[in-house]
Design a protein around this ligand. Structure first.
Ligand code: HEC
Length: 173
């Protein structure tokens, strides 16, 4: 009985400490101060497993069509480049100030399956600044962006500029 009482006392004490911490304001919510290693590990584990779990069963359509990739480029260049950058283009003020930092997709996209790129772009990621484009874009547009993201790894600055030129010319026609 004494043993159980001791456990209850510890649990209540920890709860009180936690509530005091929540209301005291001593936690620094600034995006300039990185998380500690344990918090980072917890967030990354939660994020990676959530994305993997929710993207299960999503099958990618054929993503090799060049007009699909061009459509994807237009959207990427308009909506993603500011935060994620692109070959030859650095992140803008928003992208540079965000925490967590938006990853360089020309590096990370090759390690992420198409189904997960689709799920992330459609749903966004809570409390990171990564928006949900599924609120404003149909699935076919999101697949087009995925098709383009898959081309990003290994793309040179010149190749990216060539996309800018082609799409500009298409718009002028
Ligand atoms: C306002 C800034 C912002 C915009 C705009 C934005 N993102 Fe993100 N994105 C982020 C942040 C921040 C993360 C990192 C989230 C994390 O650490 O869990 C992220 C993560 C991602 C990831 C996961 C990458 C990885 O390496 O884990 C993908 C894929 C992605 N974004 C795609 C896109 C696409 C496609 C667009 C445009 C349609 C876009 N994002 C627009 C901020 C942004």
């Amino acid at each position: 009985m004494k043993y159980i009482l001791r456990i209850v006392f510890v649990v209540v004490a920890l709860l009180i400490i936690f509530i005091v911490f929540l209301y005291s304001g001593i936690y620094n919510i600034s995006a300039m101060v990185p998380h500690n290693k344990i918090t980072l590990k917890v967030i990354h584990t939660l994020t990676d497993n959530s994305i993997e779990h929710h993207a299960k069963g999503i099958t990618a359509p054929n993503l090799s069509d060049s007009s699909l990739i061009k459509t994807g480029f237009s959207h990427y260049n308009e909506m993603c480049v500011g935060c994620h950058g692109a070959p030859g283009i650095s992140r803008d003020e928003t992208g540079l100030g965000l925490y967590p930092k938006p990853p360089d997709l020309s590096k990370s996209a090759k390690e992420i399956p198409a189904s997960e790129l689709f799920w992330i772009t459609k749903n966004g990621i809570k409390m990171t600044g990564m928006p949900a484009f599924g609120k404003t874009h149909k699935d076919d547009k999101i697949w087009a962006i995925v098709a383009f993201m898959e081309k990003l790894p290994g793309m040179t600055n010149e190749q990216y500029k060539a996309y800018v030129k082609t799409v500009k010319e298409m718009d002028e026609d």
